[in-house]
Design a protein around this ligand. Structure first.
Ligand code: ZN
Length: 93
């Protein structure tokens, strides 16, 4: 069964404004990932890693794997379409 990323929530986790780096926690059904964004000059998703607390929804590994990277583009698209990253979020902290 193919993984269908459906984002439940997006939360700003860390940021380094001067370097233009933003790190978000993105929660899906059964899995949470860190998504790293770079602002240069617009915000763009660069990479994604799964939190190891839950097994990978694709390969079922409970250790490090690279599966989620294949979904970075549709995930970024979904974040954009649903407006899940707001200027207020970026300004917070
Ligand atoms: Zn995997």
């Amino acid at each position: 069964m193919a993984f269908q990323p459906n984002i439940l929530s997006v939360e700003l986790s860390e940021k380094n404004e001067s370097a233009g780096l933003y790190h978000f926690l993105v929660r899906f059904n059964g899995v949470t990932c860190r998504v790293f964004y770079e602002k240069n000059p617009t915000l763009k998703a660069k990479s994604i890693t799964r939190l190891l607390a839950e097994p990978c929804p694709i390969c079922k590994a409970d250790y490090y794997c690279n599966c989620m990277q294949r979904f970075l583009e549709p995930i970024e698209q979904q974040i954009n379409e649903r407006g899940l990253i707001t200027p207020e979020m970026l300004a917070a902290k």
